[in-house]
Design a protein around this ligand. Structure first.
Ligand code: FNR
Length: 381
C-alpha cells in the first residue's frame, strides 16, 4: 500500500520520511532556543547516543514462508483496544515548537486514533486538549508538584476532563543539567504562556500574591519552584495511589527493584524511560533496562520510550516485553515542520514501517513476539 499510494518518484511525500532528515528540517524550522531544548539532553548527551546504540544490541531474526498476508496490529492496554502499540509521549511546552502546540498534536492523535499522553507542562489547558481528543484515549502526565494541592488539583481536573489514566513521572524531581539550555540562558517555561496548564490551575493561582495576568514573571518563577519535589519517597507514591481510581502508571523507571516497588505501591503500569537522555547523563540506555523491568513486574503492563525512531525499534521493544511504545521527539519534529499534518505524517509513516517490519520478520501480530525472535548481541558484563 505504501508504495502504491503515491510514494513514487513523481509524487514524493510532502514531509521527510527519514528521521535524520525530519530532525534536520525541523531544527531549521524552530527558533534556535526551541531546537536546542527539544533535541538536547543532560550533560554530554552521552545517554542520547546510548539510547540509540542499545537497539543494536538486539537483532531481529526474520522468518520466511509463514503467510503474513493478513496482519493485526491491535494490542490491548488496560482493557482498551489500541489500533497500534503506539502512544504519543508527554512533551511539555509545545507552543515553542508550533503555535498550535498540543492542540495540533491532539487533532493528529484523534485523526489517527493514537492515544496521547498530555504533559502537565502543556501550553494549552488539559481541558482544551481533552476536547480535541474526543473519544481518543487520553492519559494525563503528572509532574508531581512540591505543592500537594496542585498535584491533587491536576489529578481531579484530569478525572473531570475524562482522562483515562494518570502517568506520574518519577525521573524529574529536579530538571537535569542541560548544557545547551544553560548556555542560551533558556528555560521555555519562562516563555510567555508556555505553561498555560499551570497558570490556569486554581491551586496554582492560589499560591500567587498577584494574578498571573498582572505579573507573569512571578507566576513563572513560582512554577520553576514547585513543578517537582526532590523530597518525595515511596510512601508518597502510595498516597498518590489512594487519590485516584484511574490507572496509575509510573514513568521513568530503569531499575528492576524500583519497578517492583512501584507495583507494590499500587502502580498499574510502568514506563521504562530515561526521559530521552535529558535527566541523568551517563545513564544506561533505556532499552538495556527493559528486559530486567519486564522480568521484575510479571503481568503488569510495561511501556517503553527513549530512542524509538522506527518500526524495527518498536518490534524490538515489544519482543523484549513492552506492551506498547511511546513516540517522543519524532512527533515534535513533525509538529515543528507542519503542525497537525506534520504529526500526522510521522504517525502514518510509523504505522506503515511497523506493519511492514512485522510482516517481513515473519509475524502477523504482536502477541507472537517474544525474545526468541531476537538475537542477543549484548556485550557480556
Ligand atoms: C520530554 N519528556 C517529558 N516527559 C514527561 O514526563 N513530561 C514532560 O513534560 C516531558 N517533556 C519533554 C519535552 C521534550 C522536548 C522532550 C524531548 C521530552 C520526555 C518524553 O516523554 C520521553 O520520555 C522522551 O521524549 C523519549 O525520548 P525520545 O524518544 O524522544 O528520544
Amino acid at each position: 500500500d505504501v508504495y502504491a499510494s503515491g510514494m513514487l518518484a513523481d509524487d514524493p511525500p510532502e514531509h521527510p520520511v527519514r528521521y535524520e532528515e525530519l530532525e534536520r528540517r525541523a531544527m531549521a524550522a524552530m527558533s534556535e532556543e526551541a531546537a536546542a531544548y527539544v533535541a538536547g539532553g543532560a550533560g554530554t548527551e552521552d545517554t542520547i547516543t546510548e539510547n540509540r546504540r542499545a537497539f543494536a544490541d538486539w537483532r531481529i531474526v526474520p522468518r520466511v514462508l509463514r503467510n503474513v498476508s493478513e496482519r493485526d496490529l491491535r494490542v490491548d492496554l488496560f482493557g482498551t483496544e489500541l489500533d497500534l502499540p503506539i502512544l504519543l509521549a508527554p512533551l511539555g511546552v509545545l507552543s515553542i515548537v508550533h503555535e498550535a502546540g498540543e492542540l495540533a498534536v491532539a487533532r493528529a492523535a484523534a485523526e489517527h486514533d493514537v492515544p496521547m499522553v498530555l504533559s502537565s507542562a502543556s501550553s494549552y489547558t488539559m481541558e482544551e486538549v481533552a476536547e480535541e481528543l474526543g473519544e481518543t484515549p487520553k492519559w494525563f502526565q503528572l509532574y508531581w508538584s512540591a505543592d500537594p494541592d496542585i498535584a491533587s488539583s491536576f489529578v481531579e481536573r484530569a478525572e473531570h476532563a475524562g482522562y483515562d489514566a494518570i502517568v506520574v513521572t518519577l525521573d524529574t524531581p529536579l530538571l537535569g543539567w542541560r548544557e545547551r539550555d544553560i548556555e542560551q540562558g533558556y528555560l521555555p517555561f519562562l516563555d510567555g504562556e508556555g505553561v498555560a496548564n499551570y497558570v490556569s490551575d486554581p491551586a496554582f493561582r492560589d499560591r500567587l500574591d498577584v494574578p498571573p495576568e498582572e505579573n507573569e514573571g512571578t507566576a513563572l518563577m513560582e512554577f520553576v519552584d514547585i513543578f517537582g519535589d526532590p523530597s518525595l519517597t515511596w510512601d508518597d507514591l502510595a498516597s498518590l495511589r489512594a487519590e485516584t481510581d484511574l490507572p496509575l502508571i509510573v514513568k521513568g523507571v530503569l531499575h528492576p527493584d524500583d519497578a517492583e516497588r512501584a507495583v507494590e505501591c499500587g502502580a498499574d503500569g510502568v514506563v521504562v524511560s530515561n526521559h530521552g537522555g535529558r535527566q541523568v547523563d551517563g545513564a544506561i540506555g533505556a532499552l538495556t533496562a527493559l528486559p530486567g523491568v519486564v522480568d521484575a513486574v510479571g503481568d503488569v503492563p510495561v511501556l517503553f520510550d527513549s530512542g524509538i525512531r522506527s518500526g524495527a525499534d518498536a518490534v524490538k521493544a515489544i519482543a523484549l516485553g513492552a506492551d506498547a511504545v511511546l513516540l517522543g521527539r519524532p512527533y515534535a519534529y513533525g509538529l515543528a515542520l507542519d503542525g497537525e499534518a506534520g504529526v500526522g505524517s510521522v504517525l502514518e509513516n510509523f504505522r506503515a514501517d511497523l506493519d511492514l517490519t512485522l510482516a517481513l520478520a515473519g509475524h502477523t501480530s504482536f502477541d507472537e513476539l517474544d525474545r526468541s525472535i531476537l538475537l542477543d548481541r549484548r556485550p557480556s558484563g
